[in-house]
Design a protein around this ligand. Structure first.
Ligand code: BDR
Ligand code: CA
Length: 308
């Protein structure tokens, strides 16, 4: 199978690190670049954490570029409560050997896509600020990119940051509006599907028992999420939002979809960041994942993360 030329834009973050380590194990990826954005942590910390993920997974040498370090219009705070002060659930790790590559993330993303028109797959795992800026730099970006996969939104389910909104969209709704209004071949991987594949029970036990470096880091980081959800809901489990989006980007048959324009609420009220299906609007259609093959995803994720 021909490897997928992949650019990952992310805000590492616990599950971003999981997604990057998961992707490092896949042989069907041709790494083009990684850019980081303000979200779970600031963009510089995010770049360090992306390098931690690559080095822990003994992944390939990929350029990691720091991107935009604030939302487009209104300020939003980073997510220390969820991801810890270091973005790794406060797990102490060895500093990465490599440094971020010079250049601004969205500029290099636009250049990389223009250099190979119609080839790149872009996977967005954080707020959409870098993608909005890349679009402003190069309006041809949606045509140059083959496919865009976005982890974000909560279309038919409640949000996880407010009752209306999911974190990535809530953090920078104006950027999400810009991106979701552009003519990409875009797929939205929202909480509607990521919440269908919680890591729990036998899978959590297997991860805790595994000895490889990726599995050790994953289990240490996820322990706080498992405990937090147990206290909140009585269910000892962790969401794998960004890994689900990564897996769907490489294997779209993992999910079922509805295709509809998506409206982003950019008001300052309680609906800020809400993502709604808007089938009657004139917006560009977005393929929204609605159902996930949970067992297939979890089996694949566990294989990659627990491999030595
Ligand atoms: C998303 O928000 C972030 O906290 C996670 O990294 C994920 O990308 C889930 O709502
Ligand atoms: Ca993320």
């Amino acid at each position: 199978m021909k490897p997928v030329p992949l650019w990952v834009d992310c805000d590492p973050g616990i599950d971003d690190v999981l997604a990057l380590m998961y992707l490092c194990g896949r042989r069907d990826v041709e790494w083009i670049g990684i850019s980081t954005v303000h979200g779970n942590v600031d963009a510089t910390r995010g770049a360090t954490n992306a390098l931690v993920a690559l080095e822990t997974a003994r992944g390939p040498s990929v350029p990691v570029l720091i991107g935009v370090d604030r939302p487009l219009v209104h300020w939003s705070p980073v997510a220390e409560d969820e991801h810890g002060r270091n973005g790794l659930g406060d797990v102490v790790v060895v500093a990465p050997r490599q440094r971020p590559t010079a250049g601004l993330g969205p500029v290099q993303l636009a250049r990389a896509a223009a250099a190979r028109p119609g080839e790149l797959v872009v996977l967005a795992l954080g707020p959409l600020t870098n993608l909005a800026v890349a679009l402003l730099i190069d309006p041809d970006l949606p045509r140059n990119v083959r496919e865009l996969y976005i982890m974000g939104g909560a279309v038919h389910v409640p949000g996880n940051t407010t009752p209306a909104a999911e974190f990535n969209i809530w953090h920078d709704p104006e950027a999400a509006h810009v991106v979701l209004s552009a003519p990409w071949a875009a797929t939205l991987v929202s909480l509607d599907v990521t919440e269908q594949a919680l890591l729990e029970g036998e899978y959590w036990n297997a991860l805790e028992a595994a000895q490889g470096a990726k599995a050790r880091l994953a289990a240490l980081m996820l322990a706080r999420w498992v405990e937090a959800r147990r206290i909140r809901t009585g269910r000892a489990a962790a969401g794998l939002h960004d890994p689900v989006a990564a897996a769907i980007a490489l294997a779209p048959t993992l999910a079922e979809y509805e295709t509809t324009p998506v409206r982003v609420d950019v008001s300052q009220g309680p609906d800020r960041g809400r993502t709604s299906a808007a089938p009657d609007s004139l917006g560009f259609p977005v393929r929204c994942a609605t159902r996930l093959d949970r067992e297939r995803f979890l089996a694949d994720f566990m294989t990659q993360i627990t491999s030595p």
